[in-house]
Design a binder for this molecule. Structure first.
Ligand code: MV4
Length: 447
């Protein structure tokens, strides 16, 4: 096992990784920008290295600074968390070239899945159901029109370097195609420096359902069920739950098996998430995430498996040690992402935490680096805490969530707690009756 792991991240996920390491008897190295000197994960880590100024580009995205910190502290491995360098294939490769272990998949798999066209081709070849669409990139207006006619309108044009909805354009008919194709290419070029786009049949009211998988270095694969991440606003997830209220046992079992077979075929290792759109009882692969995800705790809630520990064990060369039939699913888990934002306008609201009381009790988990007196820096993502509840049933989880939200006190900054308080009272949400567009309408109704 590793003796020392460098945590190349900040905030709640840096703390989450530290906790897994501490339980495993692994020493931790925190790296931080000058804006994060007082962060909780920095306080708890065994060793600390300041890697640069507040701007992420010069600190948390600074490969040379992080590799230097790992080298001088003698770290055996680097955990990238999510965001920042977590899906940067070049960084993963540099970590290996420096004789350390990148806690994640191979650079080749990160690269394969980072390009949405090659990801989709690989997914299809591995047996995953994909959205009907173009074979590769759409490079001319003629190709755009041909593919539009063949796929059938409406179609969606997507950036191959994309994710997060940037460079996505709907074309409802041939007339809209030329403009949509040009705009998608321009947006993609501006956002990613790569203007390549591809085309898919546009699904109107799907749910976003993703399957968590774990694979060791020896070909063993398990899935840890699904998460329903449909409740999002402007491509930012707000609340996630597991299992999905939209799936029956047969659908769950079938897609889980398909996912495991595909992951084994791909030769993928470590943790990963396969994202699907789900509409009219059918799954359609859209992307694969080659990192630990923000919402991983709901999967931990229903399986009892510590995903970060599993990532570290796998990276250290340990075998999975259990089979699919030994993975036990129990109850229901829900996560609320709490952001330092105005709950109506969603404008970020950094500042000092003047008062803090987090909820507790059976089935309640809070992942957060917050404490009374902490100053939320303005330079980073506004997510400051995750409230995760688990119950024996969805209804029990909901009862617990309402209770826990009521206990949570965060003073000094505006937060999205009031949004969650309203959401958990809504009858559509309580009935599990929502798709990927539902929350945007809910927010507008309540404004
Ligand atoms: C789609 C889609 C409808 N049809 N693909 C948005 C971000 C990206 N990662 C995939 N996205 C979508 N792809 C087809 N063929 C609708 C979306 C989409 C979406 C997907 C998941 C969660 C929230 C979403 C919000 C708007 C659009």
């Amino acid at each position: 096992m590793f003796e020392k792991v460098l945590i190349a991240n900040r905030g709640e996920i840096a703390l989450r990784i530290h906790r897994a390491c501490r339980e495993m008897g692994i020493r931790t190295v925190a790296v931080h920008s000058t804006a994060d000197t007082d962060a909780m994960h920095v306080r708890l880590a065994d060793e600390v290295v300041c890697i640069g100024p507040p701007q992420a580009r010069e600190s948390y995205l600074n490969k040379a600074a992080i590799l230097s910190a790992a080298t001088i502290t003698g770290a055996d491995a680097i955990h990238p968390g999510y965001g920042f360098l977590s899906e940067n294939a070049d960084f993963a490769q540099m970590v290996e070239e420096h004789g350390m272990v990148f806690i994640g998949p191979s650079p080749d798999h990160i690269r394969l899945m980072g390009d949405k066209i090659t990801a989709k081709q690989a997914a299809k070849a591995a047996g995953l159901p994909v959205v009907p669409g173009s074979e590769g990139s759409i490079d001319t207006v003629e190709q755009a029109l041909e593919n539009g006619a063949a796929i059938g309108y409406p179609v969606l044009i997507k950036a191959t370097a994309g994710g997060g909805g940037k460079g996505m354009k709907v074309a409802r008919n041939a007339e809209e195609m030329v403009e949509a194709w040009k705009m998608a290419r321009n947006e993609a070029k501006a956002a990613f420096g790569n203007g390549d786009v591809y085309m898919e049949k546009y699904l109107g009211r799907p749910r976003h359902i993703e399957i968590q998988i774990l694979a060791d270095n020896y070909g063993s694969v398990v899935h840890l069920g699904e998460r329903d991440c449909s409740l999002q606003r402007k491509h930012q997830k707000v609340l996630e739950e597991a299992p999905s209220p939209a799936l029956n046992a047969d659908q769950r079992e079938k897609i889980g098996q398909i996912a495991c077979t595909a992951i084994a075929k791909l030769g993928y290792r470590n943790a990963g998430t396969i994202e699907f759109l789900f509409e009219n009882g059918e799954f359609y692969f859209i992307e694969m995430n080659t990192r630990l995800q923000v919402e991983h705790p709901i999967t931990e809630g229903i399986t009892g498996i510590d995903l970060v520990r599993e990532q570290i064990r796998i990276a250290a060369g340990a075998p999975l040690g259990y089979t699919q039939s030994e993975v036990r699913f129990a109850g229901h888990a829900i996560e609320c992402r709490i952001n330092a934002e105005d709950p109506q306008s969603f404008v970020p609201c950094p500042g000092r935490i003047e008062g803090y009381h987090s909820p507790g009790g059976l089935g309640v988990r809070v992942d957060s680096g917050l404490y009374s007196g902490y100053r939320i820096p303005p330079h980073y993502d506004s997510m400051i805490a995750k409230l995760i509840v688990h119950g024996n049933s969805r209804n029990e989880a909901l009862m617990r969530l309402r209770r826990a939200l009521g206990e949570y006190v965060i003073e000094g900054v505006k937060t999205t707690l009031p949004l969650h308080n309203r959401l958990v009272q809504d009858s559509d949400f309580v009935n599990g009756d929502y798709d990927i567009h539902w929350l945007e309408r809910f927010v507008e109704r309540n404004n």
